[in-house]
Ligand binder design. Structure first.
Ligand code: ADP
Length: 288
């Protein structure tokens, strides 16, 4: 059974007003436990709407979301529990830090979830901080005294601290410098590898997606355009370009080489694969 599944999921903003906008027109997706899913799509394609529906922040106009086989809206009073199980890190989450200390900020989610035991809470806070690489000394500081990257990591730690089954991150690296971006991505990857959690990463950066995702969900105009392995999705360079997306640069290089007549693999999406394929090609060429 899938961990999370959507059936004909539809959402409309401003229903019945002149500004009515169908943001999702019937999406069907199915995600298994432990998968790392990359979510891509042009601005306005419905990515943010989809992830807010998945954690129960928005209610579908029609269609269903099943978590562990159960409709999350079957008992609307229990929707809060869904938000603990499907943790969502918003775009620019640092704007949601509001406690006096980083420690208290990370404690907010698990306390609300009902963890009262101080020792248990303390352990969760420190483990979550460690996952995102926040030093112990920073925990007693005000969130406002942290650097941009540290604030972002503190906000992510606050969601991880709820120990969600599914962790969704909406553009977690937006606005960070390349070093900050790499750190966060590596930490998210390590978190997934260590906990076996299911992760959904919404990103504009094809390089980030290529590095992390097992499968890629491509959204276009409020619907699922493709949902396949990272390799299969990035092989469709021309199609992705048609819907306003790019493939990773290294994939582009190999697609161009193929067009020029070189006998190279086109399922390349990381630098490591690129190096290997280039060497293979050069060796093959030398042998001829
Ligand atoms: P993405 O995350 O892919 O950029 P969104 O889910 O934010 O896409 O948006 C999908 C569509 O819904 C877009 O056409 C967008 O303009 C519209 N939309 C998003 N949020 C709102 C809102 N609060 N009110 C009205 N329309 C919205």
């Amino acid at each position: 059974m899938a961990l999370i599944e959507t059936q004909d999921l539809r959402f409309v903003y401003g229903k019945g007003t002149p500004f009515e906008k169908v943001a999702l027109s019937g999406a069907n997706i199915s995600i298994d436990e432990g998968e790392f899913i990359g979510v891509i799509g042009h601005t306005g394609s419905g990515k943010s709407t989809l992830v807010q529906l998945l954690n129960g922040l928005l209610k579908p106009e029609s269609g269903r979301i099943l978590l562990d086989g159960k409709d999350i809206w079957a008992e609307p009073k229990k929707i809060r529990d869904v938000r603990f199980q499907v943790g969502l890190v918003f775009q620019y989450p640092e704007y949601q830090l509001f406690e006096e200390t980083v420690y208290k900020d990370i404690a907010f989610g698990p306390s609300n979830k009902g963890i009262k035991d101080k020792g248990e809470l303390d352990k969760i806070i420190r483990t979550s901080a460690e996952f995102v690489g926040l030093k112990e000394a920073l925990l007693e500081k005000s969130p406002f005294d942290l650097s941009g990257g540290e604030k972002r990591r503190a906000a992510i730690a606050g969601v991880i601290a709820m120990e969600p089954k599914v962790l969704i991150l909406d553009e977690p690296t937006a606005g960070l410098d390349p070093r900050g971006r790499d750190r966060i991505l590596n930490q998210i990857k390590a978190y997934r590898d260590k906990t076996g959690s299911t992760v959904l990463l919404v990103s504009h950066s094809m390089e980030d997606i290529a590095r992390c995702a097992d499968r890629v969900l491509v959204m276009n105009k409020g619907d699922v355009d493709m949902f396949d392995t990272t390799e299969n999705v990035f092989k469709q360079g021309e199609h992705l370009a048609e819907i306003g997306l790019k493939v990773p640069q290294i994939t582009q290089v190999f697609l161009e080489l193929k067009k020029l007549g070189a006998n190279v693999d086109t399922g390349i999406y990381t630098m490591e694969q690129g190096m290997e394929a280039a060497l293979k090609y050069l060796e093959g060429g030398a042998a001829e």
